[in-house]
Design a binder for this molecule. Sequence first.
Ligand SMILES: Cc1cc2nc3c(=O)[nH]c(=O)nc-3n(C[C@H](O)[C@H](O)[C@H](O)COP(=O)(O)OP(=O)(O)OC[C@H]3O[C@@H](n4cnc5c(N)ncnc54)[C@H](O)[C@@H]3O)c2cc1C
Length: 531
Amino acid sequence: MDQQEEIQALEAQKEIERILDAIKTEIPIYLYAQPGQNDVFTDVAKQAIRFFRQLTDKIVLREFDLNHESAKKLNVEYSPTLVFDPDRYNIRWLGAPLGEEGRIFLEALVLIGLQKSNLGEQSLQVIKRIDTPRNIKVFISASCPYCPQQALNALKAAVEKPELISLEIIDIQANPQLADQYSAHSVPQTFSNEILIAQGAQTEELFMLSLDRMEQQTVFIPENDAEEVETDLVIIGGGPAGLTAGIYAERSGLKTVVVEKGVLGGQVATTPIVENYPGLKQVGGKTLVDIMVTHALEYVQIFPGEEVIGITPGSPIIVQTTRRKFLTKTILIATGATHRNLGIPGEKRLSGHGVSYCSTCDGPLFKGRKVIVVGGGNSAATEALHLHHIGIDVTLIHRRDKLRAQDFLVTNLVQNNIPILFDSEVKEIRGKHRVEEVLIYNNKTKNLSTLSVSAVFIAIGYDPAVAIATQIGIELTEEGFIKHDNYRTNVPGIYTAGDVSGGYKQIVTAAGHGAEAAITIFEDLINPYWT
Ligand SMILES: Cc1cc2nc3c(=O)[nH]c(=O)nc-3n(C[C@H](O)[C@H](O)[C@H](O)COP(=O)(O)OP(=O)(O)OC[C@H]3O[C@@H](n4cnc5c(N)ncnc54)[C@H](O)[C@@H]3O)c2cc1C
């Protein structure tokens, strides 16, 4: 650990201590472990609890093996299992809090310790309607940046209604047999009473609605009128472009908000390693996001887990999100890009069951197994290298005779002996309940062949996320990006920056364009070019 990392770790520890300080009651945790079964995870669980016990004296740990009568009483079957405050709640963790999961564990301590769900008003209204038992299972992994959000939703539900809602948070690395049993081959995946109710992370309200209706919900219409917020600038998208624009705009004196529908950091949150961001020679994507978000929060208000679903141009411009309404003078569309689909048979059906678009999230489940990465650009090469380095037998499949990825990535693939099938197109993904094989067409020899694989990672590029822009007649370039002149779109008061506006798709360029766009907006608000 270098000096800067040491300082950051100390600051993080102090912050955790401050958060835990609010807890005034004891948090009993029962750790069930059977020697010889998943010992590595048991050790990690003990280390994690030891770490948190140094920061708060409220955790009361009791350790048992699986033969103990309390294990039978509580139906604990897997080693290790952590059971939280069993007299009050029915919340357990199968596995140990590793990596991203540390955040979930901290949130669990806080919610259970405070005996408060911290649910928003809209979610409370939905959960009030649930009047029959729900047993939630959330499958997560240590390297999945989306998992904490979904696990937190489930935790809040279980803390809010302990008499009806029970929760199992299941780490797929510690419990691959359970992941197989539920075909949970992408994370997060959420089941309630054995029914799949969500794939991926949801906003709090959508989670509660899915739990209420027992099927995945994609739209949440609030029962009350959304809250109204007046601003100078609404930034849509919390990726590098949006976050940087937020910092610049607030520092220029504009009342600004950032609205993010998914995970803050956008594509960077799912990037395993970034090696070309100035000042940071090599940094995990999620770490870079945390640094950016912490910085942005010093200035700008961020609304995470909230999707912009409509814009009405005018004065003010109205921005409708899944939770509230913003009345604003300007908008910056920084919605980035979303992954492209192959559009072949089996892809949609087996998505989440071996078909994946995020190697950092789902890779760990396929350790020691054979998988393919489809694509030939930087993302495909990066994903293949990442999977190889975590112990997966990976083959890269590309439809052309040469990769588009940068030279150093290609060299890296060769040095690591990662097989590449050139001139090859995946035509079908097959499997009854999970990916079992792919049908490959060689476009030179015209031969069809099959390859047995456990997973297909698709990395064939990204399409600009322009849906919200096209709804209101914003013009696009021929390539489908938002057309702009110095970040101004054809609709007065509406601007764009980052990947959605074309150009080089890099973190540093997105951040740079975000900064420039914010300055343009500031200048235009002083001297509106449209009047
Ligand atoms: C696998 C991978 C590896 C990469 N590696 C590197 C690298 O090593 N170095 C590098 O410089 N670049 C890398 N990139 C590219 C880089 O991540 C992008 O260029 C950059 O993230 C673009 O930033 P952005 O803010 O424009 O968009 P994004 O990062 O895409 O963020 C846009 C955000 O907008 C949100 N959003 C979309 N629609 C809405 C809506 N309606 N309401 C609210 N929010 C919305 C999205 O959820 C998203 O979080 C990589 C990309 C990928 C996918």
